[in-house]
Design a protein around this ligand. Structure first.
Ligand SMILES: [Zn+2]
Length: 284
């Protein structure tokens, strides 16, 4: 049995969903959906949580793809991996964009949605978190590092593409900001430095991808939080879970191509809907 999609697919406004929720009748509907989700969590023994940019926007981290996001200020084609490694000008643009993003990300704090996932781990129900995010907010929320699979890498370290030396991101950012360096290079070998994130045109780490699919094949519930499920191959992780018999729940602002496979779909704020749902599921 499929729950109805709530509310109707979003139109232009990002916040239309929340505005719709001000109405009384709709509030009753959302409560029923949260109750249904809580029951699914209560019944589950091994939950795979799949997170995307939507869970982090509520911590103030902008979604690249949103209106007003970074891709409206920069041209994504400048940031393909091949351009970054072959073109000094592209590297300069890349670091300018990336440093601006870093300033926001470094100090961001996990929100109620992240903390709800931590509660699932504390309750012994969390198999793993597979995330498309590079912001380490699941680490900051206190989830065990071994349970966090970062498919797109993370922004907190920088590596030399020649010798592999790793640097703290803050150290490199200090060079850029305090010494006015536009493009940083490796200390010893002079190699190209790049944050440990996966850029366009760069393959996902095979070990992470395999771990994600392994978890998808053995979980009994997959919960998607804040991903539009359009970036591959990450987006095929939840459908792999469904193919292997898991139930699927999706909480995302907008509809996704996989809403039809889900037992429950909620278009609502993650910190509110998922936060309430987990509290309900773990209460007596
Ligand atoms: Zn090096």
């Amino acid at each position: 049995m499929k729950a109805k999609i709530y509310p109707e697919p979003a139109k232009d406004s990002v916040w239309e969903t929340l505005i719709t929720l001000q109405g009384g009748k709709d509030m009753v509907d959302i409560k029923k959906l949260i109750q249904k989700g809580a029951n699914m969590i209560r019944d589950a023994k091994s939950i795979l949580v799949f997170t995307g940019a939507g869970i982090s926007t509520e911590s103030g981290i902008p979604d690249f793809r949103s209106p007003g996001g970074l891709w409206t200020k920069y041209d994504p084609s400048d940031f393909y991996f091949q351009r970054i490694i072959s073109d000094e000008k592209a590297r300069e643009k890349y670091w300018k964009m990336s440093s601006e993003y870093w300033d926001v990300m470094r100090d961001a704090k996990p929100n109620r949605g992240h903390l709800a996932i931590k509660k699932l781990e504390d309750a012994g129900k969390l198999l793993a978190i597979v995330t498309q995010n590079i912001d380490r907010l699941h680490h900051k929320a206190g989830n065990s590092p071994e349970k966090i699979i970062e498919l797109h890498g993370n922004a907190f370290f920088v590596s030399c593409l020649s010798c592999g030396k790793k640097y703290d991101r803050d150290e490199i950012e200090r060079r850029i900001k305090e010494q006015g360096i536009k493009v940083p290079y490796g200390d010893k070998c002079g190699g190209i430095l790049k944050p440990d994130t996966i850029s366009f045109g760069q393959a996902l780490p095979q070990d992470k991808l395999e771990a994600a699919f392994r978890c998808a094949s053995i979980c009994d519930l997959c919960i998607v939080l804040g991903s539009s499920l359009v970036v591959y191959p990450a987006a095929s992780v939840p459908s792999h879970a469904v193919q292997n018999g898991a139930k699927l729940m999706i909480i995302n602002r907008d509809p996704t191509p996989f809403d039809g496979d889900a037992e429950l779909v909620i278009h609502e704020s993650i910190s509110k809907a998922f936060g309430d749902m987990v509290d309900l599921a773990l209460s007596n």
